[in-house]
Design a protein around this ligand. Sequence first.
Ligand SMILES: [Fe+2]
Ligand SMILES: [Fe+2]
Length: 254
Amino acid sequence: MQLRDSGVPVPSPGNSDYPQAGRERMILPQPIASQGTGNADPEKSMLRQLSTGAVFMMGDNPALPRMPKAPKLLDFFRLRFSDITFRHLLQSAKTALDAGQEEKIVIACLLHDISNGALLRTDHGYWSAQLVAPYVTEEVAWAIKYHQALRYFADESVGFAYPDAYLSFFGPDYEPPEYIRQAHDEARAHRWYMTSRLITVYDVYAFKEDWSVDPEQFLDVIGRNFREPKEGLGFDGSGSAHMWRTMIWPNNFL
Ligand SMILES: [Fe+2]
Ligand SMILES: [Fe+2]
């Protein structure tokens, strides 16, 4: 048996296909997912269970689809990302493609919210940019980082208004914090401003539940604009390899 983060035991195969075979594998929720939620911290009670032979989960979790040994970008899309992020990224890239945008815009749209898929939402522009920075141009990573701030500020020259979605997400009186204002000002004055701004333009049309976009159609764009490491994402020693590994094994104790 293993314990999911709800504390409810779920069956786990007692065979050697998975690490720690035959033992109860406990999953401690990530600290950042529990802070401020009011949920009880189960760490102490889980530590007590070690005396019964239970262990903390390390390695593949049979509750998740197994990743290939050398995972590529689309493996994360298919095997790890939440349905909403999967659809949103593909719809956003497809809208940019159909609008005749250059490939740097299409790849930026395809990756812009990537950290929301299976890693972290908070400051998602910054996390997403860091995750992909070793594999894309500096301009694409820059555009991804700054799109987070640009979303809060209208630009009538390209028909971008403050998003209706943000009015309902955050309430009509919400004011973005100072660091977001500063990032917006920096981006406005930068030569790559429009690359980042266009991400926000195609963002708006990419929240449709009834539109499935096949990820395979982006294989060529990915091939030309995303340097897939031969060792696989997570195993190439890049500055963000640990972030990809965290998505492969999100339940590892350490
Ligand atoms: Fe975003
Ligand atoms: Fe988005």
